[in-house]
Design a protein around this ligand. Structure first.
Ligand SMILES: *[C@@H]1O[C@H](CO)[C@@H](O)[C@H](O)[C@H]1NC(C)=O
Length: 363
């Protein structure tokens, strides 16, 4: 019920209205309010409808209430909101214009709901939004241009949803996006062009997905990725030039638990700043020529069938000169089987060919 008009008589006419309750300008029942209603806290208080708050309210915390959906116009009187918390509200759908009027909103938390559908236009008006948390939902598709109102979006959390593919235009307009987290989805393909709108990404998490090939074309416009997580995708190889477009910036690379069998020789071409590399739990026998170990301070190699021939000599040399002595056990040749790379006498005796000249000439 909603109070539609204060009549001259001073009575209030009650009519069925939008699924919002209470009058703005006072603390909604069951909620706590602070600072003259600037903060309205309704965390886990059993409300079923979105309370009305006036434009003085900056923060509205509705988490852990069974709200089910967000009616259009639910926040039309809440134009001052900067932070809106709706985690664990059993939300199932985000309708178009669900957040209409929230032109000052910076933080929107929608994690751990049951959202399966986000309608086109759902985020209309959210031009100041910087942090959007949608992790722990059931989202399988993102409409083209869904994020386009969010010209200030910086962090997008989509971990643990049901996304299957990314198509061109998905991130159109979100050109300031820096962190994109999509771990724990069902992604099989990032189509060419799907990341072209977010070329300034610094952190890209794609681990725990279902990609069987490295998405070279989709990644090729990224320029400044510092951290890339691809672990737990069933990829058997990493192709030449996989990281080249952002290789000068990439400091952390996670390629663990993938069933990875082989790197192309030029897989690491252009990678010059790597500090942390995780290759554990794969089927790797060797490392590619293009991998420069010199900058690395954190390397994991365990549970791979390393072939301890002189092809691994650069790794052994790096281990000898590094404080980091990671676990890496030889699986072949037979006389080396079971030995640690760092203790293998064969590897200690290898002569090392200089490769740098050829490589830097190509970069
Ligand atoms: C190495 O990287 C892993 C994974 O990012 C991290 O958990 C660990 O703390 C790092 N170790 C060091 C010594 O920096």
């Amino acid at each position: 019920m909603r109070c539609v008009s204060w009549l001259l008589l001073g009575t209030c006419l009650l009519v069925p209205g939008p699924a919002v309750q209470g009058a703005p300008g006072q603390c909604p029942s069951l909620c706590h309010c602070h600072g003259d209603l600037q903060h309205v806290i309704c965390d886990n208080v059993g409300i079923k409808k979105i309370p009305r708050v006036s434009e003085v309210t900056r923060l509205l915390n509705l988490q852990r209430n069974n709200l089910g959906n967000i009616p259009t116009g639910a926040f039309s009187e809440s134009k001052g909101l900067i932070s809106l918390h709706m985690q664990q509200c059993q939300l199932r759908e985000i309708n178009s214009q669900a957040f209409k009027g929230l032109k000052k909103l910076v933080y929107l938390y929608l994690s751990n709901n049951e959202i399966s559908t986000v309608k086109p236009g759902a985020f209309e008006d959210l031009t100041e939004l910087t942090y959007l948390h949608l992790d722990g939902n059931q989202i399988s598709e993102l409409a083209k241009g869904l994020f386009s109102p969010m010209i200030n979006l910086f962090i997008l959390q989509l971990n643990d949803n049901k996304l299957r593919e990314l198509r061109p235009g998905t991130f159109a307009g979100a050109r300031d996006l820096r962190w994109l987290h999509m771990s724990g989805n069902e992604l099989t393909a990032l189509h060419p062009g799907s990341l072209d709108d977010v070329e300034n990404l610094a952190m890209l998490h794609l681990d725990r997905n279902k990609m069987s090939t490295y998405p070279s074309a989709a990644m090729s416009k990224l320029r400044v990725v510092e951290e890339l997580q691809l672990g737990r995708n069933p990829m058997r190889t990493i192709p030449d030039n996989a990281f080249q477009s952002f290789g000068r910036y990439m400091e952390k690379l996670h390629l663990d638990n993938m069933g990875l069998e082989k790197f192309s020789n030029g897989a690491f071409t252009g990678v010059t700043a790597l500090k942390s590399l995780h290759l554990d739990n794969n089927k790797l026998k060797s490392l590619p020529r293009s991998l420069e170990l010199g900058t690395i301070t954190n390397l994991t190699l365990s549970n791979n069938p390393w072939s301890c021939t002189c092809l691994l000599a650069p790794l052994r040399r790096w281990m000898d000169s590094s404080r980091n002595r990671p676990d890496a056990v030889c699986a072949s040749p037979p006389q080396q089987k079971g030995k640690q790379v760092r203790e293998s006498a064969t590897l200690a005796g290898c002569r090392v060919k200089a490769q740098k000249g050829r490589k830097s000439a190509r970069d």
